[in-house]
Design a protein around this ligand. Structure first.
Ligand code: HAM
Length: 422
């Protein structure tokens, strides 16, 4: 039987790799500029971390986790997201005592058992930023600015930033009570899942994509959390709005935005690109001041954001992202001696930082020229009897068709020049 990659996973190869490398480079460079350091947490964690962190009532914990019992009888889960592991690491290493304010970023695979479709995978990749120990709304603005800067630098357009506040333990319960009452009065229009959630966690109902449920949320009389915020939450939100205006970052307030994870307090946000269809969110985040506590630690404020890399790569591909011309020379031996000369030349090229490709499969020039063309390599260095007689190499330009005999020094000079203009 032919073995294929599991449903919802895929190989990243060929030209697409350049897009991923470019994206990773932009993320790392901006993280560095904003003072964020890399953190690498394990790909699997104790299941309890996500049950307590992300929330028992969320789709992620109820339906989407890759959970298994290991040989030691422990319940283990492949990480569905990066925030809970980062906070776990912060607590485990005692940062709240020795260095309570940290700025961390991560890149890597996440796992969710979802129905795969364009832009929705079972193994997908996120880059994310988490700032722990910062209470001030300026840090919410910083995180949004960082996300915005990265998207803009990648050349993504038609972005919309949606913002909301979901309050704090003081004001959120008042809203939840009102929301439950309202939804009870519209119960008949809700799907079965929402009817059940209505009892346990009415905020989760707002995540439902069902069209009849959505129609209920759009009703004019639908209660808005914005009307229930306490003074402190309102002040936090107003300050954030004024900072974003100052930064020139456009946003819309969406009072129905609650996000699919339970750990949020106050600020929540999502960045959407409507051309992506159903899976239009290319990133999201918010403040999670209660998460460290929920994981058994002290009170540590936190704010962060994560972006789906597959969705961004999809956008880059569509925009005809200018793939950087990777300069490389093809070394084509004509005989065994030529092979030796080219192997020796490869050492010199390596020292000069000129990438090369040496093929031992044939001594046939037509084979080599065809292969170089297929690989998209423009310059072919040929070594055979003729070249040896002249103590040099032939350089063939596959674009102009021009071929010339050059000494080793002349060859190096020419390749260096070509590399610069590439
Ligand atoms: P999230 O909204 O669940 O938030 O995921 C963030 C982003 O990951 C989404 O906006 C989307 O681009 C991408 N994503 C999610 N699921 C998939 C999937 N199945 N396939 C492809 N892409 C996907 C979080 O994960 C939070 N940890 C964000 C955060 C960080 N909040 C505070 N700090």
């Amino acid at each position: 039987m032919e073995i294929k990659a599991p449903r919802g996973t895929r190989d990243i190869l060929g030209e697409e790799v350049a897009l991923w490398q470019h994206l990773e480079e932009v993320v790392r460079r901006n993280a560095h500029l904003f003072g964020y350091e890399e953190i690498r947490t394990p790909v699997f964690e104790h299941t309890e971390l996500f049950a307590r962190g992300v929330g028992e009532e969320t789709d992620i914990v109820q339906k989407e986790m890759y959970t298994f019992t290991d040989k030691g009888g422990r319940s283990i889960t492949l990480r569905p997201e990066g925030t809970a592991p980062v906070v776990r690491a912060y607590l485990e290493h005692g940062f709240f005592v020795r260095d309570p304010r940290v700025r961390w970023y991560y890149l890597g695979p996440m796992f969710r058992y979802e129905r795969p479709q364009a832009g929705r995978m079972r193994q997908f990749h996120q880059f994310g930023f988490e700032a722990l120990g910062f209470q001030d709304p300026a840090c919410d603005a910083e995180i949004i600015l960082l996300a915005w800067t990265i998207y803009r630098e990648l050349g993504l357009s038609d972005l919309s930033l949606e913002l909301n506040s979901i309050g704090c333990p003081l004001c959120k319960p008042h809203y939840v009570r009102r929301l439950r009452e309202y939804l009870e009065s519209r119960k008949d229009a809700l799907c079965e899942n929402c009817k059940r959630r209505l009892v346990e966690n009415p905020l989760r109902v707002l995540d439902c994509k069902n069209e009849t449920c959505q129609a209920v949320f759009r009703e004019a009389s639908f209660p808005s959390i914005q009307d229930f915020l306490c003074t402190e939450c309102r002040r936090h939100e107003e300050r954030l709005f004024s900072l974003l205006k100052r930064l020139g970052i456009p946003f819309v307030v969406n009072p129905r935005l609650v996000r699919g994870l339970d750990y949020y307090t106050r600020t929540v946000f999502e960045v959407k690109v409507h051309t992506l269809g159903a899976q239009d969110a290319i990133g999201g985040g918010g403040r999670y001041d209660g998460l460290a506590r929920a994981l058994g630690g002290p009170e540590v404020p936190g704010v962060g954001f994560a972006a789906g890399m597959e969705r961004i790569v999809l956008l880059l591909e569509r925009s005809g992202f200018p793939r950087k011309g990777t300069f490389r020379v093809y070394l084509a031996p004509q005989d065994e001696e030529g092979e030796k000369d080219l192997l020796a030349l490869s050492q010199v090229l390596h020292e000069a930082g000129i990438p090369f490709c040496l093929d031992f499969a044939s001594k046939n020039l037509r084979y080599h020229l065809k292969r170089a063309q297929k690989m998209g390599v423009r310059f072919v260095v040929i070594a055979g009897e003729e070249e040896r007689k002249n103590e040099g190499f032939s350089l063939k330009d596959l674009v102009s068709g021009e071929q010339m005999l050059l000494s080793r020094e002349e060859l190096l000079g020419r390749l260096r020049k070509e590399r610069e203009t590439c």
